[in-house]
Design a protein around this ligand. Structure first.
Ligand SMILES: Nc1ncnc2c1ncn2[C@@H]1O[C@H](COP(=O)(O)OP(=O)(O)OP(=O)(O)O)[C@@H](O)[C@H]1O
Ligand SMILES: [Mg+2]
Length: 229
């Protein structure tokens, strides 16, 4: 048995505001194969970030069923979820979320603070920085880096535990065209190198075109799904 990276069955995410219930995700059923590179596109408010947060086990307020590598998220306790977030899933956000008072190295190593088993975070952080080509900036502060370099640091942090799955929400959204292209090339390499599953939410056509599959959302539903296995 070789379960897919993700299996969604009738996934819904309802937000209640006063008397109104709004479905940010309105019945998604799909598989995402391991090792695939998937772009999630759609207008603002269509549910892209909501979907990523559910896939990343950050948002548990959903209905329906979500499996990550064959594990039903609803059946995992906090400890098992923590392990999943730490070792299986890597996150990258549009606005980097780096801590300014920490060095680049410590930023990359910071998820280890939440690890429940000991491991050599400094060593792993250096290795991750090497993968994004920023080993020589390890002792610098994030504010001394360019936008593209900051996003590479955020990617290194996501890679700390070598997760098989990378989830990226608008990873090039704050970057100019040239630095955006660098980050796109890096994502492609990270996908190919270890047959990682990469899911990117993006408005950028250039990035979406690199993906093997494009899932377009509209009002919390799948409007189009092209290139699915
Ligand atoms: N915490 C929340 N409380 C209430 N409604 C929310 C919350 N988060 C998201 N929503 C609603 O869910 C819908 C989908 O939001 P989501 O952030 O997933 O959109 P998106 O596709 O990522 O948009 P964007 O491209 O602007 O980032 C929107 O209507 C939004 O207002
Ligand atoms: Mg969003």
């Amino acid at each position: 048995m070789n379960p897919p990276a993700f299996r969604l069955q009738d996934l819904r995410r309802i937000y209640q505001e006063g008397d109104t219930r709004r479905a940010a995700l309105d019945g998604l059923s799909l598989d995402i194969e391991r090792g695939s590179f998937v772009a999630v596109v759609g207008a603002s408010g269509s549910g892209k970030s909501t979907l990523l947060a559910v896939l990343g086990a950050l948002d548990r307020g959903y209905e329906g069923r979500v499996e990550v590598l064959g594990q039903d998220l609803a059946r995992l306790d906090e400890r098992a979820l923590g392990r999943l977030r730490n070792a299986t899933l890597g996150f990258v956000f549009q606005s980097f979320h780096l801590l300014p008072h920490l060095t680049v190295l410590d930023n990359v190593a910071s998820p280890a603070l939440f690890a429940d088993e000991p491991f050599d975070a400094a060593q792993a952080a250096l290795l991750a920085l090497r993968q994004v080509g920023l080993e020589d900036r390890a002792l610098d502060r994030p504010q001394h880096l360019s936008g593209g370099q900051r996003q590479r640091v955020a990617l290194a942090r996501a890679l700390l535990r070598s997760p098989p799955i990378l989830l990226c929400d608008e990873p090039t959204g704050n970057l100019d065209s040239r630095t955006g292209a660098e980050v796109i090339a890096l994502l492609e390499r990270l996908h190919q190198e270890h047959q990682r599953t990469v899911i990117v939410v993006t408005h950028e056509e250039r990035l979406a075109q690199r993906a093997q599959r494009r899932i377009a959302l509209e009002d919390g539903r799948v409007k189009e799904d092209s290139g699915a296995a």
